[in-house]
Design a protein around this ligand. Structure first.
Ligand code: HEC
Length: 208
């Protein structure tokens, strides 16, 4: 009851007051006020009077892009053997013991040797061909971006926690399970860009 009264009596007038202030232009930023005059960039202030410059460490932590050609890959190395225990501990719960998928995507399987190299999203979009689940093995055009994605986004419950060696190991494990590299092949900044992905030439980027 007390809560209902609080909401009814207090927040509505407060909201009205905020809207009135906003309407009166009191929340207009300095830049907006200056630019209202019309002549764009010259009137932009040096700063907006809040925040601070990012530190070199903060920028380095954020600036981790790996490009398809391998630009941006860090030092380090891993093999399927070094990646397997990390996969079992940190990935299998969502992606399945053998990468067959579970509550999250399938990562292994459906290479051209076993099935046609297309996945359901691709088929949905193209509207033709057999309905085959997609995986890294039949869908990803580059092995390098697998590194980027895993380092950036996985495990999805703790992204950004993996060291470069661990990511190389996980990438090696996934590629080896897909039959795309040998079981003992080490993945690093030199070998990973050289891995030929089956979907490389059939992948059609969406023009968005
Ligand atoms: C808590 C569940 C969870 C865990 C643990 C997890 N993932 Fe994922 N993973 C996901 C989800 C959900 C997606 C789909 C994300 C999306 O599409 O935005 C995904 C997507 C991926 C993809 C892209 C799949 C594709 O083809 O689109 C890869 C590769 C991947 N995860 C690797 C890993 C690795 C390696 C680990 C272990 C370090 C890991 N994941 C741990 C939930 C998880």
């Amino acid at each position: 009851m007390g809560r209902v009264t609080y909401r009814g009596m207090l927040s509505a007038p407060l909201l009205a007051a905020v809207l009135a202030l906003a309407g009166a232009g009191l929340f207009t930023t300095p830049a907006a006020a200056q630019n209202a005059g019309g002549d764009g960039a010259e009137t932009m202030p040096e700063s907006f009077g809040f925040g601070r410059a990012a530190t070199a460490e903060e920028i380095a932590a954020w600036d981790i892009d790996v490009m398809p050609d391998g630009t941006g890959l860090p030092e380090g190395e891993g093999t399927a053997a070094s990646g397997a225990p990390i996969y079992a501990r940190q990935c299998a719960v969502c992606h399945g013991q053998s990468g067959e998928g579970g509550i999250a995507d399938r990562l292994v399987g459906y290479t051209p040797e076993t099935t046609p190299p297309f996945g359901p999203r691709y088929e949905e979009w193209r509207g033709d061909g057999p309905d085959v689940p997609y995986s890294v093995g039949n869908y990803w055009p580059y092995a390098t971006t697998l590194f980027d994605y895993i380092r950036r986004a996985m495990p999805s419950n703790a992204p950004g926690t993996l060291e470069a060696d661990q990511v190389y190991g996980l990438v090696a494990w996934i590629l080896a399970e897909n039959g795309l590299i040998g079981a003992d092949d080490a993945m690093n900044a030199t070998t990973l860009p050289a891995v030929e992905m089956p979907a490389r030439d059939i992948f059609v980027p969406q023009e968005r």
